[in-house]
Design a protein around this ligand. Structure first.
Ligand code: BLA
Length: 738
């Protein structure tokens, strides 16, 4: 859902009523050397019958039963370094001797906080009759049970039941945080007649960040009575510093008024909250509610805290082992899929063939391989145009090679243009600019909130933030999102991605090797042919030189033609040799492409090849490249059109031109109005030695493959597409000059 609550405002909410404590106990600030009282909560007067003014500035030990004085002094001193809490503190009061639970912690070098707690009259504190040992046994038994439980929900349910069992609260819930810190009640144990909150969601602002940060440090909090009037400290500020006392670790700390009101609105009279921390992060809470005020002793709280800590570790182990299992399954699946690929020279092709497998594997609705060359799609996918546009943005995730979202409207708007398609996407880079994309359609989902979360914005009559009044289940329909991908898919995606990195590495190795072989082969061939050619050229030259005057005009012309074409061939072979040797395009120069094109046409005209054909040269750019090779490329393409395109007696028209295309750049094309190229041939005509069945016009089968290589050499591509006049349009990208 969109964030309806002003989180920032809640983040500024003070975490407790400054300088005040819950009134069922007394908080004292003691100077460490002599235990002189520096501050004391005002309710000492009511509980002890001693005014704060009588306690201040005097050693607290004077009020302790003399028989216990030395022991208490020792324990307070040790509270800083060992676990002594709680310890018994018998206090002598005007009304007699009262025994308290003492809880001490070191505030800083100059002060110790001592808190005195006692079960308020008339309240069952659920204290164990036989000591805490029973509780430790309970933990042990709970741990024994856990190995039989398979999932997080099961462990959580066990925790809710056990914690209710030994705290006696009316409703105990396990509340789990989502990554955005909203939360859900995932387990619950409740007394008869208690409303159930199981399955309800709560917005993140219900437990703002400053509160969550504190709950990482203090793992158990008791709120004994929502309606109890807090007791102030006397004096209000610390005499040494002039500042309000830091109570973040005090067990009697009063709670934030907004949270108290929240609990009242929920009809809760007392609460006990335990932190569930996994790997140093707040994973969730065990939240206990009681209809009426309820006190549980420090001993029970500490046991509950120990229980929560041990169980958090168990949850962590379970969570990790589930994740490991999913990751292992993902690894097996990815391996099976990727090792099934036969052709890693053509990765995109292999992935395109496997699209149905990917759709199934990811429980998706569609999938596509998208590159700047082509879009190969299956199932429910957005239009090609949308995919190509998305490609541009995907390049910003090239480094990670991965992108996942179940909410593209928000995370990847360019892709969400065809909703309900592609509401969710997993994109995996296939090397360079090609991506495998897997799509899920929009799935309408309902989330049940505890009350309309927007109600959290409400304010009281003084304009202060107030919690919402109603927690009645409130249904929100979530739109424009797919089902979330889940941890298993994330693991699978990572596995596939690393498999691909390996495949790409292998493919490059294979390509490099085959390029190398090809060049070696071309070199040897050209060398052989050149030697033979030289002999033939020399033979003809001899005929002309020696017999020149005797040859009649016709014969002389034939010999000339022979010499010309042999020397043309020889030049071509020479260039092929150069090509075989050339490893860089360091000799690139700026070329007027219009000039180059008309030279090509002139040469073909002189050779008598263009008769009956109209060749039109349109505006062409200045480009950077190797002149002889680009000349060959053009010459081959025009010759190819002249030879292959002609249909019967229809006059052939060839147009040479250029245009700038989105995402692709400057493209030069050679278009004809001829018979066109079958879709099934459009890839293969660029293979070495491939001859189309339809042509029947001969040809070496090298020309176009060679052209494609020349284009590649320049870092460009050559492809064929249907031309506007019905024939074929051979296109290649060029680098515009400077
Ligand atoms: C604290 N809010 C909390 C706490 C819980 C919740 C568990 C911790 C209380 C403790 O540790 O004792 C919320 N309680 C819940 C939820 C359930 C529950 C979700 O039982 C589900 C079953 N609260 C608001 C708004 C604000 C707000 C709008 O509703 C802010 C403007 C603030 N919540 C708020 C603050 C605290 C808090 C400031 C800290 C309380 C404290 O520790 O002093």
């Amino acid at each position: 859902m969109s964030d309806p609550i002003d989180l920032d405002e809640c983040a500024n909410e003070p975490i407790h009523i400054p300088g005040s404590v819950q009134p069922h106990g007394i908080l004292l600030v003691l100077e460490p050397g002599g235990f002189r009282v520096e501050q004391v909560s005002a309710n000492a007067a009511g509980i002890l019958g001693i005014e704060p003014s009588e306690l201040l500035g005097v050693s607290f030990l004077e009020r302790v039963d003399p028989a216990a004085r030395d022991g208490v002094a020792k324990l307070i001193r040790e509270a800083a370094s060992t676990y002594v809490n709680p310890f018994r503190v018998p206090v002598m009061t005007p009304a007699g001797r009262i025994v308290f639970d003492g809880i001490a912690h070191l505030l800083d070098d100059s002060a110790t906080i001592l808190e005195l707690e006692r079960c308020p009259a008339g309240q069952d504190d659920g204290s164990p009759t036989d000591g805490l040992d029973n509780y430790l046994q309970l933990i042990q038994r709970s741990l024994g049970k856990i190995s039989g439980i398979r999932d997080i929900a099961g462990i959580s349910q066990l925790m809710a039941e056990k914690v209710r069992g030994f705290t006696g609260f009316d409703r105990v819930m396990v509340y789990r945080f989502a990554p955005d810190f909203h939360g859900e009640v995932i387990a619950e144990s409740a007394a008869e007649g208690m409303e159930s909150f199981l399955g309800l969601h709560y917005p993140a602002s219900d437990i703002p960040p400053q509160a969550r940060a504190l709950y990482l440090k203090t793992q158990v909090r008791l709120l004994q009575d929502v309606d109890a009037e807090p007791a102030v400290m006397v004096p209000a500020a610390r005499p040494r510093t002039g500042k309000v006392l830091d109570m973040s670790r005090a067990v009697l700390r009063s709670m934030s008024p907004i949270h108290l009101q929240y609990l009242r609105n929920m009809e809760v009279g007392a609460s006990l909250t335990l932190s569930l921390v996994i790997d140093g992060e707040l994973w969730g809470l065990i939240a206990c509610h009681h209809r009426t005020p309820r006190f549980v002793s420090y001993g029970i709280r500490a046991t509950a805290c120990l229980y929560a800590t041990v169980m958090s570790a168990q949850l962590g182990v379970k969570q990790r082992s589930l994740e490991d299992q999913q990751a292992a399954a993902a690894r097996r699946t990815a391996l099976r899929l990727l090792t099934g690929f036969k052709d890693y020279a053509d990765l995109e092709g292999s992935f395109a063939e496997a699209l149905p497998d990917f759709i199934e594997l990811f429980s998706a609705d569609g999938a596509a391989v998208v590159s700047d060359r082509e879009v190969l799609a299956r199932g429910s996918v957005p239009r090609d145009q949308v995919l190509v546009q998305a490609l541009g943005q995907l390049s910003s995730w090239q480094e990670e090679g991965l992108f996942l979202s179940h909410h593209t409207v928000q995370d990847f708007p360019a892709l969400a243009a065809d909703l309900p398609k592609a509401a969710g996407v997993v994109a995996i880079n296939l090397g360079e600019s090609a991506w495998l994309m897997i799509f899920r359609d929009e799935a309408l989902q309902t989330v049940t909130w505890a009350g309309d979360p927007a109600g959290a914005k409400s304010r009281d009559d003084q304009g202060r933030l107030a919690p919402r009044l109603s927690f009645a289940a409130w249904q929100e329909t979530v739109r424009h999102q797919s089902l979330p991908w889940g941890h298993g898919v994330v693991a699978l995606t990572t596995e596939i991605r690393s498999g691909i990195v390996e495949l790409v590495r292998k493919r490059n190795l294979v390509l490099e090797r085959s390029n190398h072989e090809l060049r070696r082969f071309a070199g040897i061939m050209a060398h052989e042919v050149k030697n033979q050619l030289q002999a033939a050229t020399m033979a003809l030259a001899l005929v002309r030189g020696e017999r020149g005057p005797q040859l009649d005009g016709g014969l002389a012309q034939i010999v000339d033609l022979g010499v010309d074409s042999l020397s043309g061939l020889s030049k071509f072979i020479g260039e092929m040799l150069d090509f075989a040797r050339a490893d860089s395009i360091s000799d690139a120069e700026d070329i007027e492409f219009a000039e180059l094109a008309s030279q090509v046409v002139d040469q073909l005209t002189v050779g008598g090849r263009v008769e009956g054909t109209a060749i039109q040269i349109e505006t062409l750019p200045r480009v950077r490249g190797l002149k002889t090779q680009l000349f060959h490329l053009m010459s081959n393409l025009v010759r190819n059109a002249l030879v292959h395109a002609r249909v019967g007696a229809q006059p052939l028209e060839i147009r040479i031109g250029s245009e700038v295309r989105d995402q692709i750049g400057t493209v030069v094309y050679v278009q004809d109005n001829g018979r066109g190229i079958d879709a099934s041939d459009q890839q293969r005509i660029f293979d070495y030695f491939y001859r189309s069945g339809q042509s029947g016009t001969g040809g070496s089968g090298i020309g176009l493959a060679f052209c494609a290589q020349i284009a590649q050499r320049h870092g460009h591509r050559l492809w064929v597409e249907p031309g506007p006049a019905g024939g074929a349009s051979f296109c290649f990208t060029v680098t515009p000059a400077g």
